[in-house]
Design a protein around this ligand. Structure first.
Ligand code: NAP
Length: 281
């Protein structure tokens, strides 16, 4: 199959390479071309050129403005017979607007936000949350399972974006809880290794703790998922919570904490840099 990947950043570049390994002809487009060069994925100069070469297009860009830009670019050409998926984390209305535009250009649309981070993308072990038509999902599932290993269909377009935002809101709060706890433990004079070993058998331990605690304690914040993208997700989740009148007081406070981290110039570091922020108090 001819697959086009729009947005060859941390995740998009890995999706593209895994589809190549599965035998597809993959083309990439990245706004800043130089950042995506040298990864073994042939690049084109515009989303329109990518659309013309692809049967299936996956968008993995930063945020809602980026999504609007690439969808508008894609829709400069007809998309008849093509399927466009969006894996970027955006709000439900962003994906609904994208669906309308893609359909008006003749294409089909599926929202496919995911979880699994850089490691999951590298190992083709992403978990997809899907919103959209069941029959279209059935056609796309084999492709998604070549870059992921689990999939949850939530309903129509918009439902998977809600699920993704809520999951990330919970993850961000958990990350902050761990950052505070580990700094507190060190200030209490507890041995970090003993505390971590005890945490590993505590009910509060999680896959996120498994991913982040060791590197966080070593003050290593190599980016798997950036502070700026989690900051964006917190803002999007709060916007949606306000719309639905869902009370999220912890996350309201967390938004301010993320703003402090962003103001320190840590936008491109991993979001576990919250530990360094907790340590500066
Ligand atoms: N990393 C993770 O663990 C993870 C997990 C779940 C979901 N996500 C979501 O997946 C998406 C991509 O994440 P990532 O970690 O791969 O981010 P990334 O490495 O920062 O890549 C972002 C991509 O978006 C492009 N982009 C940004 N603004 C744009 C614009 N206005 N127009 C066109 N392209 C634009 C960037 O192009 P340039 O190179 O030109 O900047 C880059 O290709 C985000 O929505 C993120 O929230 C990430």
């Amino acid at each position: 199959m001819n697959i086009g990947v729009i947005g060859c950043g941390i995740i998009g570049s890995r999706m593209a390479r895994n589809w190549q390994k599965a035998g597809h002809l993959v083309t990439g487009w990245n706004r800043t071309r130089v950042r995506a060069e040298g990864q073994g994925v042939p690049l084109v100069d515009s989303p329109v050129e990518l659309a013309r070469r692809s049967d299936v297009i996956m968008m993995v860009v930063a945020d809602p403005p980026a999504l609007r830009t690439v969808v508008a670019d894609l829709c400069r050409t007809r998309l008849d017979g093509k399927v466009v998926m969006n894996a970027s984390t955006v709000g439900p209305h962003d994906n609904q607007q994208a669906e309308q535009a893609i359909r008006a250009a003749g294409g089909e649309f599926l929202e496919t936000p995911f979880t699994g981070s850089k490691g999951g993308a590298e190992a083709a072990k992403l978990v997809f949350y899907v919103g959209g038509d069941s029959a279209l999902l059935k056609r796309m599932e084999p492709l998604l399972m070549q870059i992921g290993h689990k999939l949850f269909h939530f309903g129509p377009v918009g439902t998977a974006a809600d699920a993704k935002l809520i999951m990330n809101m919970m993850l961000a709060n958990l990350m902050q809880a761990m950052a505070e706890g580990f700094v507190f433990a060190r200030k209490a004079g507890l041995d970090p290794a003993t505390f971590l070993n005890a945490y590993k058998v505590n009910a509060g331990y999680s896959a996120l703790a498994d991913m982040k605690c060791a590197t966080m304690l070593a003050s290593q914040f190599e980016t798997h998922f950036s502070l700026k993208h989690m900051d964006k997700d917190i803002r999007l989740s709060l916007e949606r919570a306000h719309e639905l009148k869902a009370a999220c007081p912890l996350t309201e406070r967390l938004k301010e904490i993320f703003s402090e981290g962003m103001a320190k110039g840590w936008a491109d570091e991993d979001f576990s840099v919250l530990y360094r922020l907790a340590d500066t108090k």
